[in-house]
Structures are given as C-alpha cells and as structure tokens.
Design a protein around this ligand. Sequence first.
Ligand SMILES: *Cc1c(COP(=O)(O)O)cnc(C)c1O
Length: 365
Amino acid sequence: MKPKDYVSDLKVYEPGKPIEEVARELGFDDVADILKVASNENELGPSPLAVEAMREAIPEMHRYPDGGAFYLKRALAEKLSVEPENLLFGCGSNELIVFLCHVFMERGKNLVMGAEAFAVYFLANALYQGETLRVPMPDHVHDLDAMLAAITPDTRLVAICNPNNPTGTMVSPAAIDAFIEKLPDHVVAVFDEAYFEVMPDAMKPDVLKHIRAGKENIIVLRTFSKAYGLAGLRIGYAVGHPELINLLNKVRQPFNVNLMAQAAARAALDDVTHIVETREMIFQGLEFFERELPKLGVEVVPSGANFVLIKTGNGRAVFEKLQKRKVIVRPMDPYGLPDHVRVTIGTPRQNEATRAALKDALARN
Ligand SMILES: *Cc1c(COP(=O)(O)O)cnc(C)c1O
C-alpha cells in the first residue's frame, strides 16, 4: 500500500467504550446503575413525536431516503423563515463541518478557531491539510476581536461555537453582529449553534437575519443531536446563502441523511412540548450545579448549553474516581484543560447522583 503521507500521519479517532464494556471491566453487574454524562445527550430521551414517526417509517426501510430531503427542508424552512434553498442536511452537523473543509481547505490555507473549541473543526481541517490557527480564549470565552485579528489572506474559514463545546460559554448577540460587520469577504464564518434550542433567550444570537438579508459568507450549523434528543440518528443542518449551500451540496453523497432520521427530525420540529421540557430540565440542572458544586470547592464555568465545565484539579484523576463511582464524565486534557471535567446536565436525580459522586471522589483525593 502507498497511502498519502499526510493521511498516514493522521490519528484515528478513539471512540469511548460502550458503557456495557466499562461496567464489565469495573465489575458492576447492572449497566442501568451507570450514569453516563459524558456526551451532552438529552437525558429526557428523544421527542415522543419523533419516536412515533420512526415507528411509522419502519415498513419503508427497503427504500432509499429522499436525497433532497424535500418535506423536511420545506418544514424547516417555514419554521426558520428562510427558503428551502438556504438549507442543507448532514449526517450529523459533523458531516457539514467536513463538507466545509472539503470545499474550502487545502495545504497553505488556514482555519481560525478558539483554542478551547470543538475539536471536530481541527480534525476535519486536517483531512484536507489545512492549517489551524487557535486563538486564546480568556476566561474560556471566544475572543471575537482576536479571532478577526488572526485572519490572514490565506484564511478560508473561521469557526465560532456559540455556546462553545466544551466550555459552555457564549458570546453576546451584539458581539456577533459586530463581528459579522467586520468579517472580510474572503473568509466564511461558521456559527456552530449546536445548543441553540437550550440557550437562554437573552443570549440567542440572530445570525439568520443576516442570511435572510443575503449575506454570502456566513453559515449556521445546528443539529438534532442535542435538544431534540436524536444523536443516534445522525442528522444536522446548515443555513446559508444558496450559493454557499450549493457548493457544499457538490461534495455531498446523494443519500447522506437516512430515511429514519428525516422522518424523526420532521416530527421533532413540531414537538414544542419536548423542547420546553428539555429547556426546563437544563435550566434547573445548571442552576443546581452552579449553586451546589462550588460548595465542594470546585469552580463551575457559567454555561448556556446542556453541560458544564468544572475545574476540579486533575481532571483525568477525577474522571477515573467518578468512573469507579459509576458516573462517567469527560476529562478535558485533550482540550488543553487538564484541571477540568465536562458534565452533561441530566434529570434532577441524575444531577444529584453526579454531585454526590463528585463530593465523595474529591473527599478521598
Ligand atoms: C454536539 C456538537 C455538534 C453536533 O454534532 P452532530 O454531528 O450533529 O451530532 C456540533 N458542534 C458542536 C459544538 C457540538 O457540541
């Protein structure tokens, strides 16, 4: 074999172990005892309307999906007050990040992102040999002025995750508008709004208004994985100018979003109750952690998402201690935050279980 050198040099993404396997290794008999709060999943489960739609879709599984996602696109366009031509679906919004890099990145070009921001941007960029410029994030917040200043003539993409994963931090709507105003034409700004549906209303950015007004070099990414509770189906979407959407469409496989996912997403869009309940659970959980965890002597970074970043000291050791106490969190050393862990908000009972395990783990340091 003679693979390309740069491909040989890439690292294979290490998936987390299934919890059944973790349970077996640690000698726990019942997987149900294990609390996995490591992946920002919705602990309320999928939208019940989506579950019903998936049941109805089962007899159609011998069919290929609609490659244009016609009905889903129409429903979403109406919900967002945009045109169907403004929309593109991906196998998770992760796939849309790969499309963006496929279209814009190559050797000699760079992508600008936050130093503590979502790693998929770096990974997708590496697939196309792009350089990644990481901009420091004071207090774990994206510094939009510094990101603008980091842009060079070779910059093609700048990524802003808002709220950011894994820090949970947000930038204000006014700061976003000012950033868009100053964005150079040769750069496409990606606004990753994976947690948009659970954000506090006052912090919700309105990037779509710029897209409705015809701005060409900005794109919004959202997903059904988080608030909608459909992470296992893999479906996300992009909103952008038709010309930009068209470019991304050129590198898309015809059937990238499966039939089950399209059916579920369409139903989930109508499930207002599920989103309201999800938001209530998140707000309640964030308040609980922000109130209770500092009593344990740890720092909680204020979050606008369905997770919190916690400064515990030695995040890897805390992760291991929590795992022995049947709570799986995410250590943050891969993000350059060795003193932190990230914890997903769950139900009140789960949050209390996480708090109690953390208290116990820290007491026996
Ligand atoms: C979870 C997440 C995504 C969503 O990924 P999917 O592929 O849609 O599941 C995208 N961006 C950020 C910042 C995320 O945290």
